[in-house]
Design a protein around this ligand. Structure first.
Ligand SMILES: NC(=O)c1ccc[n+]([C@@H]2O[C@H](COP(=O)([O-])OP(=O)(O)OC[C@H]3O[C@@H](n4cnc5c(N)ncnc54)[C@H](O)[C@@H]3O)[C@@H](O)[C@H]2O)c1
Length: 418
């Protein structure tokens, strides 16, 4: 068993740290956010996939140490980087990865192993993380210490496919690094799959998310023209989904959200523009289609209200769902926020119910309310943006005078679907 340092204790890093404790390792969970560390020390989890009792049990072993002090990284044998990889001006912002690599590099010892888990463009591990570790430590990657990349594939909220059961891709900058990386993850998950190079492993992660983004864009775009063709897109998708091979079911929605889908394809297209000839046209068009979906939802809602003699201006609207995915409280890059912002700008009286999103979370001009019959009945229109299980579809369809369903979940004479 090893002394494992997990840098970043968020959606990815915290489940990893707790799993490593459960697998028998000693774990330092380092995060620069002192408030998060305070909560972890108090056994109060902010990540839905890690229940408080699991966190408390991890702490009770005496082998899990949350900290915001970089000096506590001293002596680590396996260092995992699980920090955000956001965008700045539609370009990769790797400042968090750089800071994490430098922090680990300061405490790097011969024989240790460093793994990048953050999603990023092909080349990051070898061209950015390796040199930073070498500069801070004076050691050589692949010779004095092991270095690799292992993309995180977790799907928060998914009870069937978990960190342990999802096959884990592992890679190293050379054969001995791959052996070290794979050896560590074999203690953590049911199955590891070796990839010969870190670039291929980095690309695999971006390919997975770009695949989803492009397919989401395809059905989103189809939804925008299906009505003009007099086609029920939802039924067409269900029909196509009966094909037992060669088709994967994606459904339209108000856009894509979360930390991954809106940004990972941009990491790839940015890298293509930087390093390759030509442009990643399909990726860029898909991004554009998805980014425009909130405008389309607002336009359809405005048209539905207009048919009832109302305008968005002054209409009382109830938005159901602020999170980007069902049964999750994660609002990062959520298209629901873009829809809400546009409706507020159009002069609507906007209320929003989301039982998964912290009640303290506020949006300018939006009144947070509880989901229930009174709010449903008093709204001029109800807009289903996130299909949380807590939203009773029968109650919505039977109580609201007008429903715009951006998720294709509801039926009834007052329901209009995307
Ligand atoms: N959330 C997901 O479902 C998911 C799935 C697969 C991959 N990823 C990828 O994993 C990476 C992390 O995403 P996340 O969702 O866990 O992010 P997150 O924002 O939930 O957590 C990141 C944590 O890192 C901390 N941090 C930032 N800079 C730091 C530093 N220099 N040192 C120590 N801590 C630092 C932050 O305070 C935060 O607590 C991203 O690259 C993301 O694309 C995320």
């Amino acid at each position: 068993m090893a002394l494992v340092a997990v840098v970043g204790q968020g959606y990815v890093g915290l489940p990893l740290a707790v799993r490593a404790v459960e697998a028998g390792h000693d774990v330092v969970g380092f995060d620069v956010d002192a408030e998060r560390v305070r909560r972890l020390l108090a056994g109060d989890s902010y990540v839905e996939d890690v229940a408080d009792d699991r966190l408390v049990a991890a702490r009770a072993t005496g082998r899990y140490r949350p900290t915001d002090r970089a000096d506590d990284l001293e002596g680590f044998e396996v260092g995992i980087i699980a920090v955000p990889t956001p965008l700045a001006d539609r370009s990769p912002d790797l400042a968090h990865v750089e800071a994490a690599a430098s922090a680990l590099g300061t405490h790097l010892r011969p024989g240790a192993c460093v793994v990048l888990e953050s999603s990023t463009y092909p080349g990051t591990t070898e061209e950015l993380v390796g040199p930073l570790l070498e500069a801070a430590s004076g050691l050589r990657a692949g010779e004095d210490f092991h270095l690799g990349y292992s993309p995180e594939r977790i799907d928060p909220g998914n009870a069937q496919w978990t960190l342990t059961s999802i096959p884990k891709l592992v890679s190293g900058v050379n054969a001995s690094s791959l052996t070290a990386v794979q050896g560590f993850y074999d203690t953590m998950v049911d199955k590891t799959i070796a990839v010969s190079g870190t670039r291929e492993a980095e690309m695999a992660k971006l390919l997975e998310n770009t695949f989803r983004n492009v397919n989401a864009a395809l059905v989103n775009e189809m939804a925008t023209f299906a009505r003009d063709l007099d086609v029920d897109i939802w039924e067409a998708i269900e029909a196509a989904s009966t094909k037992p091979f060669g088709f994967l079911r994606f459904t339209p929605g108000p856009g894509v959200g979360g930390h991954c889908l809106p940004s990972d394809p941009v990491y790839l297209s940015w890298r293509v523009r930087q390093k390759a000839e030509g442009t990643a046209r399909l990726i860029e068009v898909a991004n554009q289609v998805n980014v425009e979906m909130p405008d389309y939802v607002v336009a359809r809602l405005a048209a539905a209200l207009e048919r009832r003699g109302r305008t968005l201006h002054g209409a009382r609207l109830l938005l159901l769902g602020l999170a980007y995915k069902e049964n999750s409280g994660d609002t990062r890059e959520s298209p629901a926020l873009a829809v809400a912002e546009r409706l507020v700008a159009a002069g609507a009286e906007v209320r929003a119910a989301d039982p998964h999103v912290d009640p303290g979370y506020q949006l300018p001009g939006v009144c947070r309310v509880e989901f229930g019959p009174a709010e449903l009945a008093e709204a001029d229109a109800v807009v289903l943006l996130t299909a949380h299980g807590a939203f009773d579809g029968d109650l919505i369809a039977s109580t609201a005078s007008l429903v715009f369903d951006a998720r294709g979940r509801l039926h009834g004479p007052n329901v209009e679907r995307l």
